[in-house]
Write a protein that binds this ligand. Sequence first.
Ligand SMILES: [Zn+2]
Length: 460
Amino acid sequence: MQDHRKNPRLLGSMGKHFPRTHALAAGAASFALALTLFISPPEVEAKRTALPVSLSAPEEAPVIAEAVAEPEVNASASVMEGLRVVQETVRNGDTLSDLFQRAGISSAEMYQLLASGKEAKQLAKLVPGEELTFQINGEGSLQTLELHRDRLSKVEFSRDSSDEYKYALHQRQPDSYTAFRQAEIQSSLFVDGSKAGLSNNLIMEMADIFGSDIDFALDIRKGDSFSVVFNEEFLDGEKIGNGAIQAVTFTNQGKTFSAVRYTDSNGDTNYFTPDGKSMRKAFIRTPVDIGRISSHFNPRRLHPIFKTRRPHNGTDYAAPRGTPVYSAGDGRVIKAGYSKANGNYVFVQHGERYITRYLHLNKRSVKRGQRVKQRQVIGTVGSTGYATGPHLHYEFLVDGHHRNPATIVRQLPKAKAIPSAEMARFQAQTQPLIAQLERFGQPALAQNQDESDETKDSVN
Ligand SMILES: [Zn+2]
């Protein structure tokens, strides 16, 4: 695999432009080449297992002779301005005491540090792989402790002249570069998306953006294609992750959909069509991610507990207790409480005409009067009230009448478009992205252009 990170021609241009190489590779015939060129190094987003490190001191107080402890095999030590520097990596099962012991510092000093303020409490939540740097003076006393949580942040506790620990958080900003990927689907969205160098997260993000227009489980065909503009984040020349998708087009069975990301003047970020219509429906299809319909909307149902004919005014989703329940759309909580029949419940009003109701919650996480966003967690699945097992009873009312939640959403309009007052701002921000997407997404067009022009184009 070609390492484009170290290719100055690529990296040098990425800050403001698409890599020049893309123009050469964009022709349909060179498509395979483009795939090879743009494959990213594996992402450094690996999740670490959170293993809380116990604070408890060892049963028997460790005998720590001053500055006796030699650094262990995995630690490195050096002398700097009269300070001894010891680096320790948190291992599985390590307690903070273990780390202090390995660095040769007394537990009394550890407790002094832990008592120095609320910021020191995070030392109790170390994760294997994190690094600690101890700076120790000639008397074996801790002067500075640095916690390297990840490559972007460093927490520092340093002892000042009055023997108190001062806390400082140092954060680095990664360099953000615009990247472009495109692919034609030969086997599946995931296979061809990964071949084109997209992470699974970006593929899912793309599927989510077009989720109300394309059914990615059923509608995808061989020959469908997509182009994506997004940011890649680098630290010291090494890729550390991806930013959000900035612009994307997807051609599904001959029909092309485009979307751009836009943060409005209120600070809300959403995806829109290039002419400012919202990409998302006003309501999500189901207010839980996992679960299955255990009881359909049925105005003539036989009630499972009362064995009498009672309308079932909603859809039941059976899901494990504790599964997050989302607000189906933006709105305001008009009721949140408990009743014998409903258990914990939340009602949300959306605009003038719509109300959604969520019953039998294990926990409620919103209050009456509170504004909620679409997909904001409002509670968790439970079995409070009249319920035979953990499930969400979900109702959807239009103008005060119960409708079938499983089918109504498809008939409803999309979320709000860009208001005319904000259209100029929207266009100023998104048109450059759309222009890039079009240029790079159309090989013929790119080929016809003077390459030197292309490398001068600025992304922002
Ligand atoms: Zn029900």
